[in-house]
Write a protein that binds this ligand. Structure first.
Ligand SMILES: O=C[C@H](O)[C@H](O)COP(=O)(O)O
Ligand SMILES: C=C(OP(=O)(O)O)C(=O)O
Length: 355
């Protein structure tokens, strides 16, 4: 050991990472501690492994059913999330021969500037930002939802948080704001689950293509081990990534011409053609009432060419629309992007299954 390293080791952790005027450091349990305190039972873990395989088969085209990633823009109320999950699980069972339904269980939200960042960051929805409680509440909710038998989807925003939640997930997204991030591409390279990369908020597809190529390769990255110690992590590369068309500043990109352009880009790069269309965000102009029309356009395209689009994403909650956090909250209404209500969601999934 060099004299310099010995000197560093003689310092306490607090001395090395002091609070400053610009930051205050709070302790968290390690991923191993949280997972040991809140273990996923073996039956659920086994089912999640099978769900990952089922999603891979749809994306590879060996299962002809469409994938439907459906659920709230964000989960803010565990009771409403479980109520929603129970209804979705019943529909997923009923339509299982014709559509593979996965629940959006988003506990982290990327923001354009600032705003509520999700249950994981602020479980009390009051700006208290108790991330330690956010981890417990989020893991508890994901485990309960997984217990309903639904495959779960989330956006992986904080690479640190992924270590605490990844085992509960059947699918993950890298969002439009982070698809270009090397850190997120390296994270995906080490994940053993299918992952969708969204096109950029400007509508650029190239960043998602580059992300898929980068994530398929092995990497060496900085991270921490299960006990929270700093670690150098070697990742093997993830072959199970795909594109998510979410539209961009120029408008939607999921019409037949947009899908054809995306397919030829993927083919030129030698990437899997199975893509997902996000019927919300810029493809609906953030107007939830337009999601069914976007879905119908996707269904028509699939009818003409079943291989054109592997799946869809819908933002949906128990009740339609959205609400702010500055007034008493109505039950089952999104606190982030506007969502379809339950009746329209069920009707949309039935059309997708019939299509
Ligand atoms: O899906 C959610 C939002 O579109 C995304 O988190 C950005 O939200 P914002 O523009 O309201 O910050
Ligand atoms: C934030 C989301 O989407 P995007 O990254 O496309 O804005 C989302 O799906 O919740």
């Amino acid at each position: 050991m060099t004299a310099h390293l010995a000197a560093v080791r003689s310092h306490t952790a607090a001395e090395l990472a002091p609070a400053t005027a610009r930051r205050h450091v709070h302790a968290l349990p390690s991923p191993a501690e949280l997972r040991t305190a809140m273990p996923l039972d073996p039956a659920r873990a086994e089912r999640i492994r099978a769900q990952r395989g089922a999603i891979r088969a749809v994306l590879a085209g060996t299962d002809p059913r469409p994938l439907a990633i459906v659920g709230p823009c964000s989960l803010h109320d565990p009771e409403a999330a479980l109520d929603y999950g129970q209804r979705l699980a019943a529909v997923a069972d009923r339509l299982a021969d014709d559509v593979l339904i996965v629940m959006r269980a988003y506990v982290e939200k990327p923001r354009t500037t600032v705003g509520w960042k999700g249950l994981l960051h602020d479980p009390s929805l009051d700006g208290g930002n108790d991330l330690a409680r956010g981890l417990r509440v989020s893991r508890d909710l994901l485990m309960e939802l997984a217990g309903l038998g639904l495959p779960l989807a989330t956006e992986l925003l904080s690479p640190v948080a992924a270590d605490y939640l990844e085992d509960c997930l059947a699918w993950a997204a890298i969002g439009a704001r982070t698809t270009e991030s090397q850190t997120h591409r390296e994270l995906v390279s080490g994940l053993d689950l299918p992952v969708g990369f969204k096109n950029g908020t400007d509508g650029d597809l190239g960043a998602a293509r580059d992300a898929m190529q980068a994530a398929a390769c092995p990497h060496a990255r900085f991270g921490s081990d299960a006990d929270g110690r700093p670690a150098w992590i070697e990742t093997a590369g993830n072959p199970d990534t795909h594109l998510i068309l979410r539209g961009g500043r120029g408008g939607p990109n999921c019409d037949a011409a947009g899908v054809a352009a995306a397919r030829s880009m993927l083919a030129a790069a030698g990437l899997v053609p199975g893509m997902v269309v996000d019927c919300s965000h810029a493809n609906s102009g953030k107007d939830p009432a337009r999601q069914p029309a976007v879905l119908d356009e996707v269904i028509a395209q699939r009818r003409a060419d079943p291989a054109a689009i592997a799946g869809v994403m819908l933002e949906s909650h128990l009740r339609p629309g959205r609400q702010g956090l500055d007034a008493p909250l109505a039950y089952g209404v999104s606190v982030t992007d506007g969502c379809l209500g339950w009746a329209d969601t069920e009707a949309a999934l039935e059309r997708l299954a019939a299509g």
